[in-house]
Design a protein around this ligand. Structure first.
Ligand code: ADP
Length: 476
């Protein structure tokens, strides 16, 4: 499997897992919300019916006739209800409606039954015709009419004032539920008859259907959006891994490339030495010089690589200490003066009167400045000048290394900090550069929370400025 396929498969797996988790969360949330809405609506419906039943029971109780033929009295106390076997021609007044507490006759109905379950009175609505005429005494019932409309009804036992002193409505207002009180009364007291409050569930069912529709449409849309966003998010997540993988690949290729030439030349020389006839044995020491040179170059390269890797992995455990930057600059200027003189370069330095201290690893700070000065000398032709200056501005120490050398084209200025990048590979190799000098410089600067900038013009010279934060007690 090639790298592209490997990353694509990982991305797919990541996106699928993310979408799967999100789909499960979304379905659970959607289902819970649906259940909650339905249940709370249902509970509200039952509460409302219980409350109407309680109120009605309380208003009817003192007025219920004890005689065998209650029709006349019922007509008087419930003018808004039709009484069985009587012409039903009611046009209820607002007061009448108020008596039963029901104003929506298309939704609710009321029915009164006698003790034997014979219907005595009913509310004059279109609904009444669709209802079963027989009485079922179970308190709560849900049924479907011939037209397919669902109804929910609540039946309570009616007790007259004479028969008992407890009443359902009063019980409802106390801690005991109406249902409990209903059961108590039903079991212990003789009944006058039954009161039935019911309502259509058309609105409730329509709302449930609407909710289902919203979920049925919304869920696939949400799933598609989740799938698209997880594909995009997985790309974002894989990007840094992919980049770092590519960098590793590039690094391995670069290292192999860097090692190949010196190793090839080294092997060629060793083979030549081995094939040397005994008569030419005296040439061996001279032939070993390039071997030594290449060996040193390799060792230098590997040391630099290890140092850079340790810097990048932050595996240096030595704690930071205040380091005198004046000492670093003056020591290194002095150290490089011999090399500069040999190359016919005028090396100078400017130092402030006060000592500037930065928190850091002293050996790394030496390496930082030494790499920069070495480059300045290396890339400045004979007769040129290199100046190193140290200044302090706003708690920031600046070390500027200016040269009058060959300069760097602006297109190359960002790339020179990459590992193994050289502007002119042949020239840099000849001068012994590994292409790691500025990468090490940048890694050290970053480890010390500093900054490095370069200003350069081809043919006119370069200015590298290293800025390091000065610690609280660093300026002494
Ligand atoms: P090298 O070991 O080749 O010097 P560096 O990482 O130190 O590698 O530098 C990378 C490249 O940046 C060099 O090959 C050189 O082309 C360019 N460079 C660095 N410093 C200077 C400078 N002061 N003047 C001109 N070019 C420079």
């Amino acid at each position: 499997m090639n790298t592209y396929q490997l990353f694509r498969r990982s991305r797919m797996r990541l996106a699928l897992s993310y979408a799967g988790v999100m789909a499960v969360i979304l379905s659970l949330a959607g289902f819970s919300m649906y259940r909650f809405l339905i249940q709370s609506n249902w509970a509200a419906i039952e509460r409302e019916m219980e409350s109407i039943a309680g109120t009605l029971h309380d208003s009817l109780k003192p007025m219920l006739p004890s005689s065998e033929n209650p029709t006349a009295i019922l007509q008087r106390i419930l003018p808004e209800l039709c009484v069985t076997k009587q012409p039903c021609n009611v046009s209820p007044t607002l007061i009448g409606r108020h008596t039963t507490g029901i104003s929506d006759r298309n939704t609710y109905y009321i029915r009164l039954f006698d003790r034997q379950g014979q219907i005595l009175a009913f509310s004059p609505s279109k609904i009444s015709a669709e209802l079963p005429q027989s009485l079922t005494t179970a308190p709560w019932q849900t049924f479907k009419s011939a037209k397919g409309i669902r109804y929910h009804q609540f039946t309570i036992v009616l007790h007259t004032h004479d028969l008992q002193h407890q009443h359902v409505g009063a019980a409802y207002s106390r801690n005991e539920t109406l249902r409990e009180r209903y059961n108590n009364l039903h079991n212990t007291q003789p009944a006058w008859g039954y009161l039935q409050i019911g309502r259509t569930l058309a609105a409730f069912d329509a709302q449930e259907q609407q909710l289902k529709l919203i979920l049925a449409i919304g869920f696939p849309i949400a799933l598609v959006s989740i799938a698209v966003s997880s594909w995009w998010l997985s790309k974002l997540a894989m990007q840094p891994i992919y980049q770092s993988y590519q960098q590793q690949q590039q690094f391995t290729a670069d290292v192999a490339h860097e090692l190949r030439s010196p190793l090839a030349s080294l092997l060629a020389t060793v083979e030549a030495i081995l094939r040397l006839p005994p008569s030419q044995q005296q040439d061996i020491p001279i032939m070993l010089h390039p071997v030594e040179r290449q060996g040193r170059r390799l060792s230098h390269l590997i040391t630099d690589l290890l140092f850079l890797t340790n810097l990048e992995q932050n595996s240096f455990t030595k704690p930071f200490q205040p380091c005198c930057l004046n000492d670093v600059v003056s020591d290194l200027t002095e150290e490089f003066s011999e090399l500069a003189t040999a190359a016919d370069i005028h090396l100078t330095s400017q130092m402030p009167k006060v000592d500037i201290y930065a928190m850091g690893d002293e050996s790394q700070l030496y390496r930082l400045v030494s790499n920069s000065i070495a480059n300045a000398i290396q890339y400045t032709p004979a007769g040129g000048a290199v100046n190193v200056s140290l200044t302090l501005t706003d708690r920031t120490a600046s070390i500027a290394i200016a040269d009058t050398g060959i300069g760097i084209a602006s297109s190359e200025q960002t790339r020179i900090f990459e590992r193994f990048y050289r502007v002119d590979s042949d020239r840099a190799r000849k001068t012994g550069g590994t292409g790691l000098g500025l990468a090490i410089v940048q890694a050290i600067v970053q480890r010390h929370q500093g900054q490095i900038t370069v200003k350069s013009e081809l043919g006119s010279g370069s200015l590298f400025t290293i800025r390091l934060p000065v610690g609280t007690n660093a300026q002494k």
